[in-house]
Structure formats: structure tokens, C-alpha cells
Write a protein that binds this ligand. Structure first.
Ligand SMILES: Nc1ncnc2c1ncn2[C@@H]1O[C@H](COP(=O)(O)OP(=O)(O)OP(=O)(O)O)[C@@H](O)[C@H]1O
Ligand SMILES: [Mg+2]
Length: 203
């Protein structure tokens, strides 16, 4: 499968365009990195691609078809701050179950402990929460993952563990990944290709 974002333009305020004529493509068997200055619009582009922003111009397609945003979205965004995407009044079991019920071996791969499931989001660390949000995004209907600085808050060892688990799962299930990060060393290790945001955004 091929995910394409073509000629995407968007601004939050009329006077200040954030995205101008941005295009990129990503195949299911690829990991593409995206690197660029802070505040330049990478997260905004991630939100456009994964359906959180709709009033843009241009097209987001999978194999030439526009993406159906009703129901489960095949393009899943994993945010940098997992706590912002979880209902604080839901226990972790419900947070996870809202998407799907992952098999035990996958929970083990991501180091998810069973006793975390009965806790509230504010009773887990950032790294523990991020394991949930990654696992939550891996519903079998997912075709592409947009990983927006998902490991910035993790220590080096945990970062490697989580990326390894995510990459192994995506390779085995033919899920493409767009990996946004300021960490060029990380992108050079995990990606097939790296895009420079200021080269694809024509501001
Ligand atoms: N909801 C919003 N309303 C108005 N402006 C916004 C909104 N979200 C982001 N912006 C602005 O849009 C610009 C791009 O933000 P964005 O979060 O996409 O940058 P980024 O490249 O992801 O930065 P970082 O590397 O720091 O995560 C910034 O100037 C930001 O202040
Ligand atoms: Mg960002």
C-alpha cells in the first residue's frame, strides 16, 4: 500500500501559512523519517495526514483513494505526550480496549504489566503511558503509523526497546511508519530514508 500526501497547504491563521504545497509518500514496507526545526509545522502535517485537521487543501490518499475518516482510521497518530490523548477518568484497561484487545504476547513485547491495567492514567509514568498509546495504535486495521516524537521522554535503553518492538511489529504486519524526531542519530538507524521538513515545505 502507498500513503500519499500531495500538495498539502494549511494555516491556523490566514496571515501565517504553516504548510505550503507539502508532498510526501510512504509505502507499507517503509520507515520514513521527518526532521526539522521546532515550530516549523511537523506536528501540524502529522495531524493533517492522520485526520485530526480537515480544513486543509491538497489530498491524502491510500493507493489513490481518499482516506475514510469515519470509523477506525487506518492512519494512526501516536503523539509525543500520551497523557494528553487519554481520558483521565478511564482506567488503562478501558483506554486500551477502546481500540482493541491486544494478545498477551504483544503486551509482553511492549513490556506492559498486567497490574498497570487497573490504574488511572495519572498513576503511570510517561514511558509507561507511551507503551499503552503505541499498543493502542496497533489495532489490526492500522495500515500506517505517524509517530510524532514518540520517544523523546524515554531514557536511551527504553527508547531502543520500544522502537525495536514497534518496528518488528510493523515489519511483520506490513505497516508503514512516518517517524518524526529531532534525533538524527535515531532516524539514521531506523529509517529507510529521511525527509528534511524545510525542503518539502515551500514557505
Ligand atoms: N492549534 C493551533 N492554533 C494556532 N497555532 C498553532 C496551533 N498548533 C500549532 N500552532 C503553531 O503552528 C506552528 C507549527 O507548530 P507544530 O506543532 O506543527 O510545529 P513542530 O514542527 O511540530 O514543532 P516541534 O518540533 O516543537 O514539535 C507553531 O508556530 C505553533 O505555535
Ligand atoms: Mg511537533
Amino acid at each position: 500500500m502507498e500513503l500519499k500526501a500531495e500538495n498539502i497547504s494549511f494555516s491556523y491563521h490566514k496571515k501565517k501559512p504553516i504548510l505550503n504545497d507539502v508532498s510526501l509518500s510512504l509505502n507499507s514496507n517503509q520507515i520514513i523519517g521527518l526532521i526539522g526545526d521546532s515550530g516549523s509545522g511537523k506536528s501540524t502535517l502529522c495531524k493533517v495526514i492522520s485526520g485530526y485537521i480537515s480544513n486543509y487543501t491538497g489530498e491524502v490518499t491510500i493507493d489513490g483513494n481518499s482516506v475514510n475518516r469515519n470509523g477506525y482510521d487506518p492512519i494512526q497518530l501516536i503523539f509525543q505526550h500520551p497523557e494528553k490523548t487519554m481520558n483521565p477518568k478511564w482506567k488503562m484497561e478501558k483506554v486500551l480496549r477502546e481500540s482493541w484487545i491486544p494478545p498477551q504476547d504483544l503486551k509482553d513485547t511492549f513490556g506492559l504489566k498486567d497490574n498497570w491495567l487497573t490504574r488511572w492514567p495519572n498513576e503511570l509514568s510517561g514511558g509507561e503511558l507511551q507503551r499503552f498509546s503505541i499498543l493502542r495504535s496497533l489495532n489490526p486495521k492500522t495500515k500506517f503509523i505517524i509517530a510524532d516524537e514518540i520517544s523523546t521522554m524515554l531514557d536511551a535503553v527504553t527508547q531502543v526497546q520500544i522502537w525495536e518492538a514497534l518496528i518488528n511489529h510493523c515489519k511483520a504486519n506490513n505497516i508503514g511508519i512516518l517517524a518524526v524526531s529531532h534525533d538524527k542519530d535515531l532516524l539514521e538507524v531506523i529509517c529507510d530514508d529521511i525527509l528534511y521538513f524545510n525542503e518539502i515545505n515551500h514557505i
